[in-house]
Design a protein around this ligand. Structure first.
Ligand SMILES: [Zn+2]
Length: 163
């Protein structure tokens, strides 16, 4: 069984800037108003017969959205960006382009790319780890990160076949 939360109605949204290094059009810093949808698959349990309380899922997702909101998303594991972080600044270079951004304007993420795919994977892993503490019967979570309405990437963690 599954529960579903649609971010456009449940207010799972954030606005952020990013760029896709060396991409022809997305290689410049630009922004999106992201909308995040969630599915949680598992067996209902406990005295209320919930897979997990909607409120708990929304709470976790909103906390992650808030961390990314109104920031430049910086992927720390990008093979195309050499990211240096000091107390006050984040510096990186992509080919000949050099960037120096105040650290408070950035959200540093332990991912390879801030593509919709990379962000979906980041959200799904974080959500699964937190939800598993509530209910051991959760099989997986599926997160869709939409870059605006009508285009998004879906990642299921830890995968559909594993429990
Ligand atoms: Zn983009």
């Amino acid at each position: 069984m599954k529960i579903i939360i649609e971010g456009i109605h449940a207010n799972l949204r954030f606005s952020a800037a990013h760029m896709i290094p060396e991409h022809e059009t997305c290689g410049v810093i630009h922004g999106h108003s992201y909308i995040v949808n969630v599915e949680v698959e598992g067996e209902p349990t406990g005295k209320h017969g919930f897979i997990v309380d909607f409120k708990d899922v929304k709470g976790i997702m909103r906390r992650i959205c808030k961390r990314l909101d109104h920031r430049l998303l910086v992927p720390l594991k990008s093979p195309l960006m050499d990211v240096q972080v000091s107390d006050e600044e984040v510096e990186f270079q992509v080919a000949d382009k050099k960037y120096k951004i105040p650290k408070e304007d950035c959200c540093l993420l332990p991912i390879e790319s801030t593509s919709a795919e990379g962000l979906a994977k980041y959200f799904a892993k974080k959500l699964y780890k937190e939800l598993k503490e509530y209910n051991k019967m959760i099989k997986n979570v599926k997160v869709c990160v939409n870059e605006g309405i009508g285009q998004g990437a879906i990642f299921t963690y830890p995968g559909v076949d594993r429990i």
